[in-house]
Ligand binder design. Structure first.
Ligand code: NAG
Ligand code: NAG
Ligand code: NAG
Ligand code: NAG
Ligand code: NAG
Ligand code: NAG
Ligand code: NAG
Length: 624
């Protein structure tokens, strides 16, 4: 069965810039009925996420939906490198080994140790790691627990030849402890080692263990620095008009002083989008401010020549953090191979910076479009939008028809009561789904997900008003709670109240005291909350010296009763890092619960919980 994508390159439904949307309506371009692409619809029509959305067009199944594979039980060796690449100066690398027994895809667990053994199933597995090219042993039999995640196994990088173009295949074999039974497992990973740069440019890589991005340059004094980006897509008009203006009250320096650690200029269009003089000045200031650049090629990513020219101007700047290619390629139904082609071209010029893109659809050719990125963003905008009836096109919206600005979302839809109780559920689900889809595809190293909170208002678009500052905080921290490793809202300049709340959040979320948790440990979810009507969303991150806990109350109206959160570990003190309501929590006697009376509507809090022993200072938390 051939899935269906668009047969036309349509320019009519730009969700991010609805004002433009209305102007360029109904322009059909470039017939694409090529083998490998899906069969054409009955008539040439505009599509968004593969669906027709004009009242005169018919409803049909857009296809391209990813479904979960058959779930299989069985031990699997899942192996991936800790980092997307290493540098030749680094002596040690490491592999992450997961040993899940249940995984959505995987070979059957045929351990004969377990079948008739009185000892029960084996609980350990021994692994041996070697360089598949040279057969050299990198790790000679190390024991790992079965059904565990995130085991980090270090190895010597010394013997791995350095080459810009070659990744080294590393193979892993595993044996159950009862070697006589010869139960064995295997896995493999590629490790990339790149030469050091000598042109002043930064190097940035993905940490596949915790999902962070880390950068090294003169700005970081040659040390790797892990970054939780908290920022905005930013209007180039605003940047270029304030950059040399003596009268502007806001400029790049005030932007950085607000706490935003990254900037994502939105290119104005054209194959040579930026005025070179102004862009050079922009980069110089970003270098000076240590304001990291997320470089957007939305209008040019399908043009290799243009990509090459743009990259050449960026290479020696230490503030370059990552690239961004396609803006909602799934919405536009760009060619399925477009993001991957651009990725390969960028990587052939610059393998030192990750590539990102944003997906707008709920579930439309995820595998193809996401294959062209190291980091995937989602832009789910559920505030003040009608998710079941398009106010722009006057049609219903459902899984086969219509464009409501939030694909397959249900916020405030009476047919979905859960989304009336929690109108932010679409954000939670989208953030989690982009992680789950990777599981379904059998990915070993997972691509980090970043979130794009709604921070705009365009009259006449799908969205009827600005989000409030409370809603803005909820949209960001829910994403943090559900695994997002960066926040880049659409669009700066924004409203004064959104600027105020995001500035104060950015200062906390990007601080090393917080990122050592959010980018240095795994999330602990599903904490027990009593008295919340299931509207309190809580995540914790645990380190030896304490715990970071962030909570979001997604109800709009005040909750007046007592709320109690069960903690995964006992603590002795609570310190509020962000949020007015954070100061009112008290610890239960055993230090394993925290409680308070009442929550204000849309209350958000970020708390640092510590465990101290009065005699010896820090008292490490015991891990199970
Ligand atoms: C294991 O036990 C089952 C019955 O419980 C028996 O049919 C089977 O032959 C045994 N297998 C071995 C290898 O002993
Ligand atoms: C680029 O901007 C500079 C400074 O504003 C201006 O002098 C110059 O004419 C611009 N160049 C182009 C090609 O528009
Ligand atoms: C691709 O980019 C180059 C260089 O910027 C430009 O000259 C060319 O016209 C572009 N091609 C297309 C098809 O837009
Ligand atoms: C990408 O897909 C298009 C069809 O949409 C096809 O014409 C083109 O040859 C493909 N390019 C590559 C490099 O596979
Ligand atoms: C663009 O570059 C990629 C990777 O280098 C290559 O596969 C592709 O064919 C190029 N596309 C064109 C149109 O030259
Ligand atoms: C969405 O629009 C439909 C049709 O106008 C209307 O009946 C419905 O109440 C609207 N829903 C919301 C949540 O505004
Ligand atoms: C979606 O809405 C269209 C237009 O009302 C309708 O024809 C179609 O059957 C609906 N699809 C589903 C899955 O309900």
């Amino acid at each position: 069965m051939h899935p269906l994508v668009s047969w036309f390159f349509c320019t009519s439904a730009l969700i991010m810039i609805p004002a433009i949307l209305l102007q360029v309506h109904y322009r059909f371009e470039q017939f694409r009925g090529v083998i490998g692409d899906p069969p054409p619809p009955p008539v040439p029509i505009d599509l968004w996420c593969g669906k027709a959305y004009h009242p005169t067009d018919p409803s049909f199944d857009p296809g391209g939906e990813l479904a979960p594979p058959e779930r299989e039980d069985g031990l699997q060796l899942v192996v991936y490198p800790r980092y997307s690449f290493y540098l030749s100066s680094e002596k040690k690398g490491s592999l992450i080994v997961d040993t899940p027994i249940q995984r959505v895809s995987g070979e059957h667990f045929r351990s004969r140790t377990s079948a008739n053994s009185t000892r029960g199933p084996s609980t350990y597995i021994s692994i041996r790691i070697s360089n598949a090219q040279t057969s050299e042993t990198l790790v000679n039999w190390e024991t790992l627990p079965v059904n565990s995640w995130g085991n980090e196994v270090e190895f010597d990088l010394g013997s791995t030849p350095v080459d810009r173009g070659i990744s080294w295949l590393v193979s892993v074999i595993g044996r159950s402890p009862d070697a006589a039974l010869q139960t064995s497992y295997s896995g493999a990973a590629t490790v990339t080692v790149l030469p050091e740069r000598n042109d002043g440019g930064s190097v940035a890589r993905v940490d596949y263990l915790f999902g962070g991005i880390e950068v090294r340059s003169s700005l970081t004094k040659g040390e790797w620095k892990t970054i939780y980006p908290y920022s905005f897509y930013t209007s180039w008009d605003w940047i270029s008009s304030t950059i040399n203006s003596a009268t502007a009250t806001k400029n790049l320096a005030t932007f950085r002083a607000n706490g935003y650690n990254l900037i994502h200029p939105v290119p104005p269009g054209g194959t040579d989008p930026f005025n070179h003089t102004v862009f050079e000045e922009f980069l110089r200031i970003c270098d000076e401010l240590e304001l990291y650049v997320m470089y957007d090629m939305r209008h040019t990513y399908k043009n290799n020549t243009s990509i090459s020219a743009q990259l050449s101007r960026l290479q020696h700047h230490p503030s370059l953090l990552l690239y961004y290619t396609a803006d909602e390629p799934d919405g536009w139904t760009d060619p399925l191979n477009a993001t991957q082609i651009a990725y390969q071209h960028i990587n052939s010029i610059d393998p030192y910076h990750p590539v990102s893109l944003v997906l707008n659809c709920a579930n439309f050719y995820f595998k193809d479009y996401s294959s062209g990125a190291d980091i995937i963003l989602e832009d789910t905008y559920p505030i003040a939008v009608n998710t079941s009836f398009s106010t722009v096109y006057n049609t219903p919206c459902n899984t086969t028809y219509g464009d409501c600005g939030c694909d397959n979302c249900h916020a405030y839809d009476p047919a979905y009561p859960a989304y009336i109780r929690n109108p932010f559920l679409d954000i939670i689900e989208r953030t989690e789904n982009l992680q789950t889809y990777q599981e379904w595809l059998g990915a070993s190293a997972k691509k980090p997900i970043w979130g794009v909170p709604q921070a705009f208002y365009d009259r006449g678009s799908f969205w009827q008003r600005w989000p409030s500052k409370e809603e803005e905080a909820v949209m960001a921290i829910l994403r943090l709670n559900h695994g997002a490793k960066g926040i880049v809202a659409w669009l700066y300049p924004t409203s004064d109240e959104i600027e105020e709340v995001t500035s104060s959040l950015a200062k906390v979320v990007t601080a090393p005291e917080v990122t050592k948790y959010t980018l240095g440990t795994r999330r602990v979810t599903a904490l027990d909350v009593v008295g919340d009507d299931e509207l309190v969303d809580v995540t914790a991150w645990i380190r030896e010296e304490g715990m970071l806990l962030s909570y979001v109350y997604v109800g709009y109206t005040e909750y007046t009763k007592e709320v109690e959160i069960s903690l995964p570990e006992a603590v002795t003190a609570i310190e509020s890092l962000w949020g007015e309501g954070g100061k009112d929590w008290t610890l239960g006697g055993d230090g394993k619960t925290m409680r308070k009376r009442g929550l204000t509507g849309l209350e958000v809090g970020i708390l640092q919980l510590s465990r101290r022993d009065s005699t010896s200072g820090l008292y490490p938390i015991q891990h199970a």
